[in-house]
Every structure is written in C-alpha cells, then in structure tokens.
Write a protein that binds this ligand. Sequence first.
Ligand SMILES: Cc1ncc(COP(=O)(O)O)c(C=O)c1O
Length: 273
Amino acid sequence: MDRVRFRGFHFHIGTGIVNVGAYQKALLALVPVIQHANRKGLRIEIMDVGGGLASPTSREMTSFEMLRYFAFGVMPVHSLSQKNQQFEGYARSISQGITEVFNGLPLPELIFEPGRCIASPNQLLLLKVHQRKERQGTRTWLITDGGIGTVTMPTYYECHEVLVCNDVHRKISEVVTIAGPGCFAADAVYHNKHMPVVAPGEVLAIMDSGAYFTSWESSFGFPRPAIAGVKQGVHRLLRSRETFGQMVVRDHATYLDKTEDSYLKVNQKNFTS
Ligand SMILES: Cc1ncc(COP(=O)(O)O)c(C=O)c1O
C-alpha cells in the first residue's frame, strides 16, 4: 500500500434503479469496511455512490419480459405515463445513509454519478420509414434507417415509447416489427410493437434516447446520424452527419493498388465535405 494513496470508497450498485432506498442500504452495508479503514488509520475523504437512478420515461425489460420477448416475441407494454423519477427520494436516501454511516465522524466529500436519469429524456431519435413490408397472415415490417446494428442498441433490452412524429395521437391499431436497414434479421428496433398504421415517408420518434444510444452507435454499413439541439423553438446542429471519409479515415491505403489509392485521394475531398 506504500504507493497507493487511499482517498475513500466507490460503489455502483447497478442501473435502472427505481427503489431509491437501495442507496441507503448499500451505504449501510459498507459500515464494517469503513470501521476497518478507521482502525487502520485511513481517513475517508471521498465517498462515491455511483450512478444508476432509473430514467423517468424508459426502463429496462425485466428478466421475465426479456425471456418472453426473445422466446415468443411478446413485446412488453410500455407507457409514457411511467414515473420513475424520484430525485428527492434519491437525495434523501443518500444523505440519510451517509449521516448514519459517518455518525460522529468527519463527513467525506460526496460524489454521485447519475447518468441515464438526466440524459435519457433529453434526446429523441428520428427514424424515417422507408418501406412497409406486409406478409399476409404473418407479419408487417416497417423498414427504417436505424436499428440495433447502427443506432438503437439499447432497444435490445429497454422499453422506449415510439411515436409517429406528425400525428402523435394516431390510434394504435396494429402490431409491427420496426426494422433497421441492416442485412441481418436481428437489426430491429422492436419486434411486435403495438403501433398506429404508419406509411412510408413518415418519421418515427424513439423517445428518451439520450442515454447510451449515441455512445453505442456503430457505422456498420451506414454513416452515423447528425445530432441537432433544440432550444425554445430554435435548432442548432450539435454534430454533423458522418461522411464516408470519416467512416474510413483510420484505414490505411498502403495495400490498395495504385488505382484504388489515387481514387481515394482524389475523392477524399468529396468524402469529407
Ligand atoms: C461506475 C458507473 N457510474 C455511473 C454509471 C452510470 O449509470 P446510469 O447511466 O445507469 O446512471 C455507470 C454505468 O454503468 C457506471 O458503471
């Protein structure tokens, strides 16, 4: 331990936490370790309680829902009216835990890392429906320009509301699979989702996609999309759409033959503009 400078403790108890009492419980579970540190003369300057507080509007599927979804294609019901957000209870649980644990001792600096509960509701992902594919008596697909292979990785295990942008109140009347553009069957946003009838050309909004969607993107076959910020009705580009040049920029052309090499150089301008 000579070369380690002890500052305090950190834990992260998981994600999608709805029961805020879990933070207080986790802090109390640390009591024996903290007592041990005290006996060793280590001063606890920092206590980091990690992240994990659930997003107010989206949620992870439960293990049972996942099993049913992947085995039988039953999409869990999810509604926007869900209210997971409990900032007040979250703060109370942590402060009560800290006060109990450090009863009479100097209080440490408190660090917390809530991620999804802040980021998730602040972004939505727009997907254009390019095609409706109907196979009589079996299934209807909406083919869009994004799926888990490119931009919606969290929809693999999380429930998000999907709205039709130009008509959010359109009545739900059918069950569809919302598919991505990839050449593999798993590239879906959702299987068997209850939706209104959506026509090609319309745009879907995958709600509350601010957490983990962007950081998990891939440019597998398609460029990553632009991101626009909107404030009081005014929009601003926050990130440009990826260009082909940016998709291949880390590839070295050394092994290409001369024709391909000069082709890349000549077109580099076009790819990156
Ligand atoms: C150490 C740590 N802190 C914070 C977070 C953020 O979690 P969340 O986005 O669920 O709040 C994570 C996510 O895995 C994590 O591993």
